[in-house]
Design a protein around this ligand. Structure first.
Ligand SMILES: *[C@@H]1O[C@H](CO)[C@@H](O)[C@H](O)[C@H]1NC(C)=O
Ligand SMILES: *[C@@H]1O[C@H](CO)[C@@H](O)[C@H](O)[C@H]1NC(C)=O
Length: 236
């Protein structure tokens, strides 16, 4: 058994060692509250009323799609929408272009056309079949004033087959909707997994060939349409 004095000095030493660590969290909130981003502060606000103090200017409630670097109003680019579970995109699909096959992991998208013409294809979740028992693919043809929806997680793509841009507004049911590129991400898997996934119909160098051929871009140009419209192919 340790003598009493040794025990108490050990205790003192233990307190000495733990004290700075205990003291640190008391200082942390003050320092880190300032370092937190505005969306983070909004998320931590004690009440919805308190949140308004973090957005004192009326301009805090405006997002200008005309000036925005990226045409997405989400929690990061438009902090005022933090906590409301929505986000928005207002943009144009250029003439003769197609958005690469993608999905939003956390949001259903309402896609409304305000001008032009767009054809959409959407693959719902597994087990949604057509009358032949095959995976159902839902195709829509939209003109100004028409809308479709892409449920969260559904693969989808939009094609503008015309010679003029198609303007659209898209509302999403999450502040941070996220985007996954179906082909890109599938081919990021190891070769043997890709080969097995495609029933060994593709192997070895062919996998790399396909991998390299996948455009990294979110938008691709539709060749036939470019010819029809006499538009030069350029990077979009
Ligand atoms: C989905 O389809 C598979 C294969 O046809 C079947 O075994 C499964 O029961 C289906 N699941 C549901 C939820 O319908
Ligand atoms: C499409 O949007 C752009 C940018 O906001 C605008 O200048 C243009 O007039 C719109 N086109 C049509 C046909 O509404």
């Amino acid at each position: 058994m340790l003598p009493q004095s040794t025990l108490s000095s050990a205790l003192v030493a233990a307190i000495m060692i733990t004290l700075p660590a205990n003291a640190a969290p008391q200082l942390m909130p003050k320092r880190s509250a300032v370092e937190l981003s505005l969306p983070a502060q909004l998320r931590l606000a004690d009440t919805a009323v308190d949140r308004y103090q973090l957005l004192p200017k009326d301009e805090d409630f405006i997002f200008d799609f005309n000036k925005a670097e990226i045409p997405f109003a989400n929690r990061k680019t438009f902090p005022a929408l933090t906590g409301y579970g929505t986000s928005m995109s207002v943009s144009a699909l250029p003439a003769c272009s197609m958005s690469f096959l993608h999905l939003h992991p956390r949001a259903t998208e309402l896609f409304a056309l305000t001008s032009g013409h767009v054809v959409t294809d959407m693959v719902p979740e597994g087990n949604v079949t057509d009358s032949n028992g095959k995976q159902r693919v839902i195709t829509t043809e939209l003109y100004a004033g028409m809308m479709t929806l892409f449920p969260a997680g559904s693969f989808h793509t939009q094609v503008n087959p015309d010679c003029v841009p198609a303007n659209f507004s898209a509302a999403l049911t999450a502040e941070d909707f996220g985007i996954s590129m179906v082909a890109d991400q599938t081919f990021s898997l190891p070769d043997d997994v890709v080969a097995a996934t495609f029933g060994q119909s593709i192997a070895g160098e062919d996998i790399d060939r396909v991998r390299d051929a996948i455009p990294g871009a979110t938008l691709i140009r539709v060749e036939e349409c470019l010819k029809k419209c006499n538009i030069q192919k350029r990077q979009v």
